[in-house]
Design a protein around this ligand. Sequence first.
Ligand code: ADP
Length: 520
Amino acid sequence: MGSLLVIALILAALMTWRTLSAERRHRLAAERIMSELAAIVGEEIARRTIFEYEQFGFSLLRPLLARGLRDGRVPSAQDLRQHAALSVRQASALVDEVFVADFAARSVAPPLRSDLQQWILENLETVMAEREQFAVVRQIVRVSLRDGDHWIAYVRPIPGTRRMAGIVVRSAALTEYAQRALERRAPFPVTFGDRLSQRDVYLRIWRPSREILRTPGAFDPPMGRRFRFPDELGDVLGGATVECSISRRVVPAVIPGGIPRGGEAGPLAMLVGTICVLGAMLLVLRRARLLDRLRADFVAGVSHELRTPITQIRMFAETLMLSRLPSEAQRQRSLENIAREATRLSNLVENLLSFTRGERGTLHVVRTNHDVCAIVREAVASFTTLASHRNVCFHVEAPEECIASVDEDALRQIVLNLLDNAVKYGSSGQTIDVIVIPQDDAISVIVEDEGPGIPADERHRIWMKYYRLEQHRETHVAGSGIGLAVVRELVERHDGFCLAEAGSRGGTRFVVEIPWRRDE
Ligand code: ADP
């Protein structure tokens, strides 16, 4: 049975381990899917921003600038903002300034801030030429100056000519276009339908010099990805850093079953619970085994205890019947022996009866006023015959009279059991003290022997049913292990308590205390 429990424990541990590792794998896979989705969403927003920028911004202004350049009159920012076409007026939100650069004359009109103008004259022609050579359509350039990044959108209607028209892009425009790109529709693959929306995304795009877009909330690393936009996205967003994560709320819509909740606490709590249950079962099992063993000892002990007096009684009775004893004194002694063994038998039977009643819960005491000292003296007197063959004497110390409400038979049985043990386990020739002390709130009965004593750590166990000290289980001293259990039961029925302690003469002192209750 014990090994079955151990196997159950191992199986429970194995199952917990498997559950934990399956959960961990599931969680990692789910987080990976979510972070990949976040990367897709981040890149989608970048592409849309660039699309917005082109489609609703510069692509509407480009023809006007190109025509103006050819006609010799490029519209100013003011002209664009007041343009007849609504789409142009809207696109003019992109424009900070409009300028025309002449690389041959090395001039910019109207003049721009000097560092930007200088950069344009020194670099822009080369940039344009390279892009024209490789047919790169994007006509927007990022210019990094001391105060941060600036964007120049340009147009050169006839490649190779040395004049161009351009706009200095408003720095806030990028944020507005990115914002619009996000708001236009949910940035998720269409397969998710309308189950996911913009509110389920946290997004932040920035360059070291400035932040381009930031939505409310906080980045959730397991649910997202931080990466740099690839350079092929162009100068608008290429190289910018993006942080994008998806709300945990929408995980079930993306991954069937979602992410396992509760982490490791659930399976571990179950394992601990299983261990506790199995541990408790183990304890119960051990206790049941101990009780089994003790019960077997009990049966053997009782048989032994019964056999001894019965054999003695039969032997003396047969001798008497055959009239083999010559003298009257010998006959008298035989009769005394028969009486002694009969007393022992009846004590044992009384104990067995009280014990079984206690087990069934039918042991009751009926308390009426009695002289406790008289009952104790009487019990000692009835025991002298039994004790005499071990040369044991009794020293009784008790007041003349001491009336208390007790169950007479129960008290007698208590004292007889203690005396029986003192005689059985004490040395032969010893003196047993029996003391009755009336106190303020209780009456104490003390029985102290000169035996080997009981080890301190065993003193609380001897009151358990069937329990016997190891050394007595091994020896010929007959016993059933129920005497003290009966004593305790009877004392408790009197609301009292009993204990065993080291005696003053090396043996054991048993103390029984019964609270006063004098019936009127
Ligand atoms: P038993 O029938 O075995 O005497 P008890 O319940 O009366 O059963 O006692 C339980 C055990 O306590 C005994 O078996 C013995 O080992 C120990 N014991 C009881 N009284 C004494 C004593 N006076 N001295 C030493 N050991 C004792």
